[in-house]
Write a protein that binds this ligand. Structure first.
Ligand code: ADP
Ligand code: MG
Length: 488
């Protein structure tokens, strides 16, 4: 039996490393310090209570596996949690807690009696006579794709879903731009709780609706009832709280409800289109409450996540399309998930209207239409078309390997324009030129930038190309600014 904690932990890490991704490994396992092995129990030191909770929420099975392997099935794990790092005079304080056994879900037969909530609140104003949760059942964790863009929010959300009101993620605030999955995620938490803990009253409400209900309650003299109703909720999910900005009276009411729920160990989940610190028009005391728990952002999905999202959507609709088409879509739409979904829907519509398969040509054509419809910027494809016409070269040559100047120059100009006119990452730009890597793209962009400065002919060519994009001429001011800021 091993008794050197470092050796035991090193073995554990070997196992854990294979079970989880590198980022998680670095974040959650590298900071752990093995302390001792005694009585078949490994003690590990973790930097904080939060850290400990996170491990227990997310990695208990992985840890169990590692302990099984190194110390045997009776092996145990104990945490030493640093609660105060101390200073020169005072040593750090640590709290020791044994590892919880992986919990088994409660047997389905033992469903608790549903609690009947006597709502004194004028139910007509709640749009329903039943205690509806107002959740969309399609928003689940199963169909929420995890990526670097949402990992923290998703994991925290899942922790909250399993133990609402108990974790330190209370309130949980999910923030980020439109169409990035905030509503989906916070509803997934609600659905999960509803499906696993039937006795909990979960309520989803948009901030807009909350405001309207509040106004009606004032008008109808039912404010007390309104407040009482919300105070009975076990899990309050409130979407787009930025909408409360500037609505002083509603905020006041929300503040009281918030305090009551929080003090009674009820879970509060919120979303916002910006981080709490940027929520102007919000009372400070409310903002400070928002910061009690955890704020996690959702960002634009990266390429791999976009691929996974597209695949999931297609799978849900029972559609098959070739990988190259999926890849093309993922490389071409980089704004948000809602837009990706929109493109898939139109693709399917086009395919069924025209009775044809979804192939590259259809994808290109569809994307072109959508881009025109939504007045979006210039796309990779439109740039390629323009370059091919302008320089009278073939598409194959443009994308090919030839190093002749007649091919290299147009290729570099095309890359340069993509960098200027689109938000595509370098990797995606390279993709449109036969999978060239990002350093090739950087080189092209630099070469052209320098040439514009030093070579009147090149400058003229670029100006002509700028003009040939009619839309750019419409936004002349903006594109000139853009050009200035990137080349000076
Ligand atoms: P937001 O509330 O941030 O504006 P939504 O939650 O309404 O965004 O998401 C927009 C659409 O994109 C929804 O249909 C949602 O299901 C989908 N979506 C967003 N993120 C993901 C994801 N990570 N995985 C799967 N679908 C997603
Ligand atoms: Mg939303």
């Amino acid at each position: 039996m091993q008794s050197d904690p470092r050796l035991v932990w090193a073995k554990c890490l070997d196992i854990i490393r294979h079970e989880i991704n590198e980022q998680s490994f670095k974040t959650w396992f590298e900071p752990i310090v093995p302390v001792r092995v005694a009585n078949n129990t490994l003690m590990i030191q973790v930097p904080s209570q939060f850290f400990y909770e996170w491990l227990e929420e997310n990695y208990v099975h992985v840890l169990r596996k590692a302990i099984d392997y190194t110390l045997g099935r009776n092996g145990m794990l104990e945490y030493s949690i640093i609660v105060d790092r101390g200073n020169r005079q005072n040593p750090p304080i640590a709290l020791n807690v044994p590892n919880q056994k992986p919990s088994t879900p409660p047997p389905a037969a033992k469903q608790p009696e549903p609690t009947i909530y006597q709502s004194p609140f004028n139910l007509k104003d709640l749009d329903s006579l039943e205690l509806d949760s107002y959740l969309n059942p399609h928003y689940t964790f199963e169909n929420y794709i995890e990526g670097d863009c949402n990992r923290l929010g998703r994991s925290a959300g899942f922790a909250v879903a399993q133990r609402p009101g108990v974790t330190s993620f209370n309130p949980l605030m999910i923030y980020g731009g439109v169409g990035l999955g905030k509503t989906h995620l916070i509803q997934a938490i609600g659905n999960y709780i509803k499906n696993t803990q039937a006795n909990k009253f979960v309520l989803y409400v948009s901030s807009e609706k909350f405001v309207n209900q509040f106004i009606n309650a004032i008008r109808n003299n039912t404010l007390q009832a309104f407040t009482n109703f919300y105070m009975q909720v076990d899990v309050l999910i409130i979407d787009d709280v930025q909408f409360l900005a500037g609505k002083e009276k509603t905020q006041e009411s929300f503040f009281h409800i918030f305090n009551h729920l929080h003090q009674s160990g009820k879970q509060i989940i919120m979303s916002s289109d910006r981080p709490p610190r940027e929520l102007s028009g919000m009372q400070d005391r409310l903002l400070s409450r928002f910061k009690w728990g955890l704020s996690a952002d959702v960002q634009q999905p990266d390429f791999e996540t976009r691929i996974a999202i597209i695949q999931k959507k297609l799978q849900a609709d029972g559609i098959y399309i070739k990988d190259e088409v999926i890849e093309y879509l993922a490389h071409s739409i980089d704004t948000n998930v809602r837009e990706i979904e929109g493109v898939i829907v139109s693709l399917m519509a086009h395919a069924s209207l025209n009775r044809r398969e979804i192939d590259m040509d259809l994808a290109r054509a569809t994307l072109k239409n959508i881009v025109v419809d939504t007045e979006k910027e210039i796309t990779a494809d439109s740039i390629i078309d323009t370059i091919v016409n302008h320089f009278s070269i073939s598409l194959a040559d443009l994308k090919g390997k030839s190093r002749k100047k007649e091919m290299v120059f147009p290729r570099q100009v095309a890359m340069y324009l993509m960098k200027e006119f689109t938000d595509l990452p370098l990797k995606s730009i390279g993709y449109h030129f036969g999978g060239r890597d990002h350093s090739t793209v950087i080189h092209a962009v630099q070469t052209i930038s320098v040439s514009i400065e030093n070579d009147k002919e090149v400058e003229k060519t670029i100006d002509t190309l700028y003009k040939s994009f009619n839309r750019v001429r419409e936004k002349g001011q903006e594109s000139t600014d853009h050009k200035k800021s990137s080349s000076h």
